[in-house]
Design a binder for this molecule. Structure first.
Ligand code: TMP
Length: 207
């Protein structure tokens, strides 16, 4: 597979600070002269935006867990094929807000779908594409939910659901310590930012 660029994924529970820190990292990298592409799942393509609206709408009846999984995977299949692979083939540095670890954490650990099957289906959706680095921004779920302050379908889930998701992310990180870096976002934002940039620099220096 052509993968000359870099795919760096930001992950974490609701309100862990992914989106803010992703934007801040992108700005810092651009200030150093690097071309950076920012994207997100779900919703990184025109079709994905429609899937995201369906998935996040608090007024929609909840889909079954398998339906939900396939909607996220449809979003990923489209994003990988039409956005991520072409960007990586052009050698770009892509910062992506959520990717496969979210599916394993939310649909696998959170919803309780068979992890082995979720992994296999996800591998099909991402066509084997692997992030070069996953930055897991971690914080206690109560703190994250309070910070996020949103009211979409996921924010209405129980605390126990979000605890399973967080534990899932941490389990994924400990299974793949070379791919993940875990950063505690209870630390001051400037320190978190510096840790993120250090992790990105280490990843880019590996070439
Ligand atoms: P966010 O990207 O704005 O945080 O919201 C996306 C929501 O979708 C969030 O609650 C996590 C959830 N999600 C999944 O459940 N599975 C997935 O595969 C992805 C990418 C997101």
């Amino acid at each position: 597979m052509t993968n000359r660029g870099h795919l760096i994924v930001f992950e974490g529970v609701e309100g862990a600070g992914k989106s803010t820190h992703l934007q801040r990292a992108a700005a810092a990298l651009r200030a150093r002269g690097r071309a950076v592409v920012e994207t997100a799942e779900p919703g990184g393509t025109p079709l994905g935006k429609r899937l995201r609206a369906l998935l996040m709408d608090a007024n929609n009846a909840a889909p079954t867990p398998w339906t939900e999984l396939f909607l996220y995977l449809a979003d990923r299949a489209e994003h990988v094929a039409t956005f991520l692979q072409p960007a990586l083939a052009r050698g770009e540095l892509v910062l992506c807000d959520r990717f496969s670890p979210s599916t394993l954490a939310y649909q696998g650990y959170g919803r309780g779908l068979d992890l082995h099957v979720v992994r296999q289906l996800d591998e099909v959706a991402r066509q084997g594409l692997q992030p070069d680095l996953v930055i897991l921004l971690d914080c206690p779920v109560e703190l994250g939910l309070e910070r996020a302050g949103r009211n979409d379908r996921f924010h209405r889930e129980s605390l126990a659901f979000h605890e399973r998701v967080r534990a899932g992310f941490l389990a994924l990180a400990s299974e793949a310590p070379n791919q993940f870096v875990v950063i505690d976002t209870r630390a001051p934002a400037d320190r978190v930012h510096a840790q993120i940039l250090a992790a990105v620099d280490r990843c880019l220096a590996l070439d």
